[in-house]
Design a binder for this molecule. Structure first.
Ligand code: HEM
Length: 170
């Protein structure tokens, strides 16, 4: 039990640092590759929530989540046994063409925008996802206000990467 409390406390205290940092930087990187959206958000901050939501879907800061199988079951022809641990690739679900048309494209305001799984789902849905969204929106708004001439040098920028929750918890 102590170990469970310790791990949960660690997520509450530290789970929202590198994740939000990744969301802010990934979004900047995406906007640099989509100057029309960069221009749109510079002149109208109300575009930020939709832009952030699509950024979270396209390049989720957390790429996977682990789950303990509590009873024998079959999922899509795969047999799962009680006690198995499965690693769910959230980013793959976020690129499911049956849910997201042209999933590799950055399309804020797409009809299915809210159906991404970047904050997971079910009882362990990210506890502070609304805080994460607010933090990123405030950070980007302040950045654009303070640095109106901000440019991202794509020549010297690595493509963004998400991380696996499983490795953070391990
Ligand atoms: C963009 C930023 C964030 C992303 C993408 C994200 C993503 C996630 C995901 C995928 C999970 C589920 C993990 C699992 O089921 O194994 C989760 C859980 C959690 N997140 Fe976040 N998170 C973010 C920001 C934050 C922030 C800012 C906090 C707190 C300050 C936070 C606190 C938590 C906590 C406490 C849980 C565990 C919930 C539970 O197990 O019931 N997260 N997050």
């Amino acid at each position: 039990m102590d170990e469970e409390i310790r791990r949960n406390a660690l997520i509450v205290m530290f789970g929202g640092i590198s994740t939000v940092e990744a969301l802010i930087l990934n979004t900047l990187w995406i906007l640099a590759r989509h100057p029309d959206w960069m221009e749109a958000v510079r002149s109208d901050r109300s575009q930020l929530p939709a832009i952030l939501e699509e950024s979270i879907r396209l390049i989720g800061p957390v790429q996977s989540a682990t789950r303990l199988v509590t009873r024998n079951m079959e999922v899509d022809g795969v047999q799962l046994r009680q006690g198995d641990i499965v690693n769910l690739i959230l980013s793959a679900a976020n690129h499911d063409p049956a849910v997201f048309e042209a999933p590799g494209e950055f399309r804020p305001r797409r009809a299915s925008a809210s159906r991404h799984l970047s904050f997971a789902a079910g009882p362990h849905l990210c506890l502070l996802m609304h805080l994460a969204r607010a933090e990123a929106a405030i950070a980007l708004a302040v950045l654009f206000d303070l640095l109106p001439g901000l440019r991202v040098d794509l020549q010297h920028t690595c493509p963004p990467r998400g991380q696996c929750f499983a490795s953070r918890q391990g």
